[in-house]
Design a protein around this ligand. Structure first.
Ligand code: PGA
Length: 267
């Protein structure tokens, strides 16, 4: 079975609630008018015949989750969050938990994003705890890993990826790993307009697949989705997504515009 591509929008700390709703309205129209004609279920969600070619996930800020959930009702668009705490409840002022995200209608959660690692001191150990909490609560995790420019320039890319992957996935078993998507996001490509070339990304994706084969088995490594993130836009998406081991994209900046994001989804 070919791996179904996953295109996720990471809005980061952008968009008010009305802006989020207006995005979804425009996005649905852009999607409808392009290749994926059967994307929307207009009459009856149960009779929806064909799913969209790609799986589409929108990860808005927490405040917009509820309204976005309402706006995507009856479509195949899925809801995701950008972060969560590993505890389920308690005295953690300002935090949100996996059960709360489930309650809010999320199916996915982005974990270990490089901005969380850099600005909020998230370590692989913390990310590992978050992944376990997410999976326990039936959320699928989009685990982000990636090297800095300095690490790439000193030829440490593969060592960094291996370290992050092994530590973030510590004691995640063969069943649990099936609910994880790996996002390779070179830090130097995020928000810089400087994407990895398809060949550069493919090389790392292939390396990650090889690591997963060693950590798990060949079936798991062949079925898991490894998506790319870092300055993906409507111009470069096609080439990146054409690579054998690139199973989708995690899109930041270009996901803020409904037309650009729709074009990427229709690639
Ligand atoms: P970018 O962000 O597309 O703006 O580079 C990607 C990300 O941070 O996930």
């Amino acid at each position: 079975m070919p791996r179904k591509k996953l295109i996720a929008a990471n809005w980061k700390m952008n968009k008010s609630i009305p802006e989020s709703v207006s995005f979804i309205d425009n996005f649905k129209n852009s999607i409808k008018s392009t290749k994926i004609k059967d994307f929307r279920d207009t009459e009856n969600p149960k009779d929806f015949p064909v799913s969209s070619k790609n799986e589409i996930v929108i990860c808005p800020p927490f405040a917009s989750l509820n309204e976005v959930k309402k706006s995507i009702k009856g479509t195949k668009i899925k809801l995701g969050a950008q972060n969560m705490h590993f505890e389920e409840k308690g005295a953690f002022t300002g935090e949100i938990s996996a059960p709360m995200l489930r309650d809010a209608g999320c199916e996915y959660v982005i974990l270990g994003h490089s901005e969380r690692r850099a600005y909020f001191d998230e370590t692989d150990g913390i990310i590992n705890k978050k992944i376990k909490a997410a999976l326990k609560n039936k959320l699928k995790a989009i685990l982000c890993i990636g090297e800095t420019l300095e690490q790439r320039e000193s030829n440490e890319t593969k060592a960094v990826i291996k370290f992050q992957l092994e530590n973030c996935l510590r004691s995640i078993n063969n069943e649990e790993i099936k609910n994880i998507v790996i996002a390779y996001e070179p830090v130097w490509a995020i928000g810089t307009g400087k994407n990895a070339t398809p060949e550069q990304a493919e090389e790392v994706h292939l390396f990650i697949r090889g690591l997963l084969k060693k950590l798990y088995n060949v079936d798991i490594s062949e079925n898991i989705r490894i998506i790319y993130g870092g300055s993906v836009n409507e111009k470069n998406a096609k080439e990146l997504l054409a690579m054998k081991n690139i199973d989708g994209a995690l899109v930041g900046g270009a996901s803020l515009d409904p037309k650009s994001f729709a074009e990427i989804c229709n690639t």
